[in-house]
Design a binder for this molecule. Structure first.
Ligand code: DX5
Ligand code: ZN
Length: 221
């Protein structure tokens, strides 16, 4: 199944709730929530009060992308305030296995993310334990960057590694995805598509419909 996960990092925070509803009403299935700590990535975005507040207004699947050092410190808190999927970075912890178990122990789906410079093979020990692999298609930290072309091969490699193990795990892509290049990542094997600027800059409803239309076109529907 192809899934759209609009990233609120590109939203207008003065009307965040309204903008989330626009994307939801137009058919988005997930909501991508980028949490940054100013350590793992240079920027700081937002934290628990924002996530728990917006949780109340939507039925979307809350897809929380933790760009924070030692994510094990905060898994319980994000689960408690309503995250459905919790994705952390392989580069941010010495205990990825334990973090996955922590997330599953709280009844949530576990996502594992790798930055563009991390070899895809680094996720091999965790492939059969995670619900989603996030292959970053830009350097994490900021919205509005351009897709890194080398990502295509990395997505393909990840899809092949899952297939070789008989796994149908979700592959998420995040960064620089637009209605014009989304077919490239879909063709390579991604099925959960994060889009920030492409959804929240301009008319959110029509941007969402266009992206979902591109999914259908790819599927030949
Ligand atoms: C980058 C974030 C992304 C970002 C994507 O660190 O993880 O989720 O919001 O934004 P766009 O789609 O504008 O590249
Ligand atoms: Zn993200």
């Amino acid at each position: 199944m192809l899934i759209l996960s609009p990233s609120i990092l590109a939203a207008d925070f003065s009307v965040l709730g309204k903008q989330i509803k626009e994307a939801e009403n137009a058919g988005a299935q997930y909501l991508h929530i980028d949490v940054m700590d100013g350590m793992f990535v240079p920027s700081i975005s937002f934290g628990m009060p924002v996530v728990s507040t917006i949780r109340k207004i939507s039925e979307l699947v809350y897809d929380v992308h933790l760009m924070i050092e030692k994510p094990e410190r905060y898994i319980e808190e994000f689960a408690r305030i309503g995250a459905d999927i919790i994705t952390f970075h392989l580069e941010a912890t010495e205990r990825p296995q334990e973090v996955i178990e922590q997330i599953h122990g709280l009844g949530k789906k576990a996502g594992l993310s790798i930055k563009p410079a991390t070899p895809v093979e680094a996720v091999l020990p965790f492939m059969d334990k995670i619900d989603m692999l996030l292959v970053m298609t830009v350097e994490p930290g900021f919205g509005g960057q351009s897709y890194i072309p080398e990502s295509t091969q990395r997505i393909r490699q990840a899809r092949t590694l899952f297939e070789e193990r008989g796994l149908h795990t979700d592959i998420q892509v995040d960064g620089g995805i637009t209605v014009d290049n989304v077919h490239v990542v879909l063709e390579a094997g991604a099925n959960v598509i994060v889009a920030g600027s492409a959804i929240f800059k301009g008319d959110i409803g029509s941007n969402t419909e266009k992206m979902l239309g591109a999914f259908k076109e790819f599927q030949g529907i």
